[in-house]
Each structure stands twice: as C-alpha cells, then as structure tokens.
Design a protein around this ligand. Structure first.
Ligand code: NAG
Ligand code: NAG
Ligand code: NAG
Ligand code: NAG
Ligand code: NAG
Ligand code: NAG
Length: 361
C-alpha cells in the first residue's frame, strides 16, 4: 500500500509540475503552440537569409524569381543596424579615400597651376587656372561634424508611388543625382547635394552663356543645394563644367557649383574593385553612397533597384522621372546592387525597397 501511495504522489507531482511548466510556457504571450513554432521558423529563416545576403558578391547566376522572393522575405524581417560594421566601413573609406579632405576640389587641396590628371585617363591632365581656382570653395563645406542621418536618393523607378517623400525629407542630409525631379509625395523635396551630369548640360543647356535662365530655373528648385559635377572624369566634361560654374557663380552665389576630385573618384573605384566589385566604372550613385558611409552617422538608400520588376513582380520603369533605358555598357548596376545588399545585411546601411508607410509620419 505504501508503495502504491508513493507512486500516486509521484504521479501527482509530475502532473502538477508539468501543468506549471505548461502554464509558464503559454501564459507570457498568448501565442498558440503553432504560432510560437511559426515564429521560431521565421526567425531561423531571417537569420539564414541575413547570412546568405551578407556574403553575396555577384549578381551573375542569380535566379531572379528566387532572389526577389527571398529578398522580399528578408526585408520583412526585423532590421538590425550594426555600429561596428558602420565604423569599420567609415574607417576603411577614410584611410583609402578621405572624402572630407578630397571629395571636391577646394582652394585648400588644390593649388593654382596644379596639374590634375583625369579620372579615367591619367595621361590627360588639366592645369588649374587662376580664374577657375578663385571660384573653388575654400574648403570642404561640411567639415568638422558628421552629417547625421543621410538619405541617398537614386533615380530608380521603384520610387514611383512609393510615398517615401516624407521619410526622405526627414533626413538631415539628402543627396540626389543628375538634377532629378523632386516632389513631396514619392521622392521628397529636401536636397543638400545634387550631381549634374556634363552630358545633361550639353544636351539641354548648351546655350546657357547667352541665355542662363532655363538652367538657373532648373537648379533653383533645389534651393541652396551644392551642385556637384564630375568635371574631370573625361576630357569632354571639363569645358561644359567650367561654363556651368562661370554662369551660375555670379547669379546664384548661395548655391555652390563644386567639382569632384578625379583623384578621389579614382581611389574609390580602386577601393571597391580591390574588394571584388567587378565593373568597368562605378556609377555616381555608388560613389556617393561610399562617401556617405564615411561622412554620415547613418546611411539610408532609396531608389537603387536596377531590375525591371519590383519585389511583387510588377513591371517598373528604369527611372522614376523619365522613360530612359539603362546604359549597360558603362555601369553594372546589378553588380553594384548586390554589394549594397551585402552592406545592408551586414548592418552598415539601410536599403529601402518597399513603399514607405504613411503612419511613420
Ligand atoms: C556586428 O559586426 C561585427 C563585425 O562584423 C560582428 O563581429 C558582430 O557579430 C556583429 N554584431 C551583430 C549583433 O550582428
Ligand atoms: C583627410 O583630409 C583632412 C583634410 O585635408 C585631413 O585633416 C585628415 O587628416 C585626412 N584624414 C585622413 C584619414 O587622411
Ligand atoms: C601660374 O602660371 C602662370 C603662367 O605660367 C604664371 O604666370 C603664374 O605666376 C603661375 N602662378 C602661380 C601661383 O604659380
Ligand atoms: C539659402 O541661402 C541664402 C543666402 O545665403 C539664405 O538667406 C537662405 O536662408 C538659405 N536658404 C535655405 C533654405 O537654407
Ligand atoms: C503608380 O500609380 C498610378 C496611379 O495609381 C498607376 O497608374 C501606375 O501604374 C503606378 N506606377 C507604378 C510604377 O507602380
Ligand atoms: C512625383 O514625381 C513622380 C516622378 O516624376 C511622378 O511619377 C509622380 O506622379 C509625382 N507625384 C506628384 C504628387 O506630383
């Protein structure tokens, strides 16, 4: 009898402790076991995708269907910035390229009569004449402090109907490209730095010396934003860039025209190729994202999506503002994209590829 009582007590203890365990397991959140299981699987999948995209280095042999499905899943995972990764990239880029000291030609880093080798062909050189030198900025315009939260806004058609304008405008510093259209709904209005492509000047404002009004009107839209031109990328760029500087300098002194240092762009190009990026020449978008990684506290990247359909497999235009098709000879945007995805997965920058939610206002 005593033995049976002992067995009974043991059974009771087991039942009670088990139900305590069961209560403990299920009461903190009201998840059913099935939801808890699903949650665990989701977390495992997120970790797996993060690992996978952290090491991606080439867009070749990508199966687009699987890639976009996995990317869509990954973008719905909780996002983690990694301050260690941010600092590693900042340091590497400072050591190699030093945007603060050399992104633009300034009176501080360039002397009168200095010989400037071109970015794409160092056999060709430009000699800095005194008149142009006098119009260079004294120094890097934003030295002495980090630029805070930066938004780098590419021209990808993925921004169309994105409602990201408000979020972009909340950034401390906004970088745009090629005098792209701005509006408050999809891309925002705030602009601190915008690039100007010399071929754009050649195409649309060749008459600017006689009639500067159309160009002045176009650039005024960006308020006091600096206009950055790759004046020494190719020899054909220089005359057009200098003309632009000469025309705008007296009319819009509050809106500086600045020239990218060809040496800076060349070292940046070497830096990424040395790390394995396979491309003929970096796009200005990728170059300025690199500058932002060095100069900004955090980097948010919008409108960089080189593919013809979005994550939901709907067709999108190449640019959000025109019907142009890509120049695939010059840049390999899909190769650059996987590098951006790698940086995103490592927590060094944030890629925005989904519409922005309005409730984040
Ligand atoms: C952040 O990055 C560093 C360097 O790559 C890595 O060692 C660390 O595990 C990362 N931290 C997290 C939380 O992922
Ligand atoms: C970058 O350039 C600035 C200005 O010329 C200089 O003060 C700074 O020491 C340079 N930084 C590095 C890491 O070379
Ligand atoms: C630049 O070169 C011109 C012509 O060769 C010369 O007259 C001038 O003194 C030089 N200026 C400087 C600052 O070296
Ligand atoms: C632009 O610059 C002008 C002249 O320096 C200044 O008065 C104005 O407040 C600036 N505008 C903005 C939006 O910063
Ligand atoms: C954007 O929205 C408009 C109007 O709803 C629609 O006609 C157009 O197809 C959309 N474009 C893209 C790229 O989503
Ligand atoms: C904003 O600009 C984009 C691209 O030019 C255009 O598709 C969109 O309709 C514009 N939205 C508004 C509200 O103007």
């Amino acid at each position: 009898m005593a033995f049976l009582r002992w067995i009974f007590r043991l059974l009771m203890v087991l039942i009670v402790s088990h139900s305590v365990y069961v209560m403990f397991y299920f009461t903190p959140d009201t998840h059913s076991p099935r939801e808890t299981m699903a949650d665990m699987l989701r977390r495992l999948r997120c970790a797996k995708l993060r690992r996978k995209f952290s090491y991606i280095t080439s867009a070749k042999r990508l199966n687009m269907k699987i890639f976009t499905q996995e990317l869509d899943d990954f973008l719905n995972c909780p996002y983690k910035l990694n301050t260690t990764e941010q600092e590693i990239n900042r340091l590497r880029l400072q050591i190699c390229c030093n945007a603060t000291g050399s992104i633009f030609l300034t009176k501080r880093n360039t002397a009168v009569n200095q010989t400037i080798p071109y970015e794409t062909s160092i056999k060709d050189t430009y000699t800095m004449n005194p008149a142009i030198h006098s119009m260079l900025p004294e120094d890097f315009p934003w030295s002495g402090h980090r630029l805070g939260r930066c938004a780098v806004v590419g021209s990808g058609g993925i921004l169309k109907n994105s409602s990201c304008g408000h979020e972009i405008d909340k950034a401390d510093f906004v970088i745009r490209f090629n005098l792209a259209n701005i509006n408050d709904s999809d891309v925002g209005l705030k602009t601190n730095l915008i690039t100007v492509n010399p071929s754009q000047i050649q195409r649309e404002y060749n008459n600017m010396e006689k009639n500067p009004d159309p160009l002045v009107e176009r650039v005024s839209v960006y308020g006091n934003a600096s206009l950055a031109i790759p004046a020494f990328a190719y020899t054909f760029c220089t005359g057009l860039s200098i003309k632009t500087l000469e025309v705008l300098h007296p009319i819009r002194p509050q809106q500086p025209v600045v020239f990218f240092s060809p040496e800076y762009l060349r070292t940046l190009d070497r830096f990424w190729k040395g790390r394995g990026l396979k491309e003929f020449r970096l796009s200005s978008g990728f170059m300025l994202i690199s500058s932002a990684l060095e100069l900004c506290e955090s980097v948010h990247v919008y409108g960089f999506w080189p593919f013809e359909t979005n994550l939901q497999d709907n067709p999108i235009p190449y640019h959000y503002y025109d019907q142009m098709s890509p120049n695939r000879k010059m840049h390999s945007m899909s190769e650059e994209f996987v590098w951006l995805l790698q940086l995103h997965s490592q927590g060094a920058l944030t890629l925005h590829l989904q519409p922005c939610s309005l409730d984040e206002c």
